[in-house]
Ligand binder design. Structure first.
Ligand code: PEP
Ligand code: CO
Length: 448
């Protein structure tokens, strides 16, 4: 283990950074990063602290974390309808979970910055030609040509601009009335409305409207920010460290350094080496952090990383996002829970039932089955209850679109239908209807 030296936002340069694009023009990269470092922060320290306080509640079971969005956002799909539909489905899921669980739901999108992807290989062969792997729109383009796949630093700046535009619309929607509980019916997507999920949601929305009406009749104001505004936070994988460094700013009011590219940042399963650059960078910023933990982990290593990232054991700082798969969770989860409990470490336990449930369909599509996802979730809750720990949140790849990327669900989407509307450039997402169904299933489990 290397000697711990003083942290600054550039100290990660002395460590090995895995999963970085191979930028051909280093001068251009520096120029772009310099430009970004002078641009305004995307989020503010006060908001980040607020999220951390809410996650502290989730760690104690007084709130529940709902995190979700695209596997990989795309510049070409940074449009108002797209942003609105993703927000809608997350708001709908949050209502379902709040109603069932009887506690506030902390809403965190994988949005407004989720443009950088880790890959299992640096290059791939396409029609006999070796091209760089697609590493997200902030690095290169998805088209499999040598030219399109060459990382272009200008894309970092474009990613910043797209994130700013997305965040601006999210703020407008959530503060400007769209996220008001009075509009709970209006969040039901057109294509979902006629489905069994849409109808279940409609019934719930009706109950909420009636409650609001009742409150008004007896003289309780529903004209309050709690009713009329939704609080929504952003998150992404902190992968391209040059970009994250450029958006790291010292808080002028409270002091300390914050990575202002998003409210919550997570470390991927492939970049959490204790001596690596990602851990070095993230240990010094005060944002709440997520850490993915997959089957290939060493418990002592996880404990050491938690100590490094959260030496004061501050509640809300760390969210452990486990992704063991329906087949692996019973083997991997209990020992990890016990070790962390024994150390008295405060974490939000969150379940990512997506990333270890990938399978290849007969059609060649990369997919996930609704039943595998649900089965991992079910085990997650049951194992925590058995150990006396708190299942504090869930993490999904989903979209408001009517895509056909995951199989199963109420409509029994079959392998043969995957090609109908398969849009993802990376991992398969739940569509809006499957997302609502998942929320209703979780609601059944957590009903208080
Ligand atoms: C992801 O969340 O898209 C991802 C790449 O996850 P993981 O690091 O868990 O593989
Ligand atoms: Co993914």
């Amino acid at each position: 283990m290397t000697e711990m030296t003083t942290w600054n936002k550039s100290s990660w340069h002395n460590h090995t950074a895995l999963q970085q694009p191979n930028w051909p023009d280093k001068d251009k990269l520096q120029e772009v990063l310099q430009t970004i470092s002078c641009l305004p922060p995307l989020v503010f320290a006060g908001e980040i602290r607020d999220l951390k306080a809410q996650l502290a509640k989730a760690s104690r079971g007084e709130a529940f974390l709902l995190q979700g969005g695209d596997c990989s956002e795309e510049f070409a799909r940074c449009t108002a309808p797209n942003i609105r539909e993703t927000l809608k489905v997350l708001l709908q899921m949050a209502v379902i979970l709040t109603y069932a669980g009887g506690k506030p739901v902390v809403k965190v999108g994988r949005i407004a910055g989720q443009y950088a992807k880790p890959r299992s290989s640096d290059t791939e062969m396409v029609n006999g030609v070796e091209v760089a792997s697609y590493r997200g729109d902030m690095a290169n383009a998805i088209e499999p040509t040598v030219e399109a796949r060459t990382p272009d630093p200008q894309r970092l700046l474009q990613g910043y601009n797209m994130s700013a535009a997305t965040l601006n619309l999210l703020r407008a929607f959530t503060r400007g009335g769209f996220g008001s509980l009075h509009r709970v019916h209006a969040w039901n997507q057109e294509f979902v409305k006629q489905s069994p999920m849409g109808r279940s949601y409609e019934r719930l929305a009706k109950q909420i409207s009636q409650t609001l009406k009742f409150m008004e009749i007896i003289g309780i104001s529903t004209d309050t920010p709690q009713m009329k505004q939704a609080q929504f936070f952003t998150s992404h994988e902190a992968l391209f460290l040059g970009y994250e460094e450029a958006l790291t700013r010292e808080d002028s009011t409270g002091g300390g350094w914050y990575d202002c590219s998003g409210h919550m940042l997570w470390i991927g399963d492939r970049t959490r080496q204790i001596d690596g650059a990602h851990i070095e960078f993230l240990r010094g910023v005060l944002n709440p952090l997520g850490m993915k933990v997959g089957p290939k982990h060493d418990i002592d290593d996880i404990l050491a990383i938690l100590n490094r990232l959260n030496p004061e054991n501050e509640p809300g700082r760390m969210t452990l996002i486990t992704r063991f798969g329906a087949k692996g969770i019973e083997k991997y989860m209990p020992p990890l829970i016990r070790a962390i409990k024994k150390e008295g470490m405060s974490v939000v336990w969150s379940c990512d039932p997506m990333h270890a449930n990938i399978r290849k369909a007969e059609t060649g599509h990369k997919t996930r089955s609704f039943d595998d996802i649900l089965s991992e979730l079910r085990c997650f809750f049951e194992l925590h209850w058995a150990e006396g720990t708190v299942p504090g949140g869930v993490h999904f790849e989903l979209t408001g679109d009517n895509v056909t990327e995951c199989t199963g669900g109420a409509r029994q989407l079959a392998d043969a239908q995957l090609g109908d509307n398969y849009l993802t450039t990376c991992d398969p997402r739940l569509n809006a209807e499957q997302s609502l169904e998942m929320a209703f299933q979780i609601a059944e489990m957590i009903r208080s």
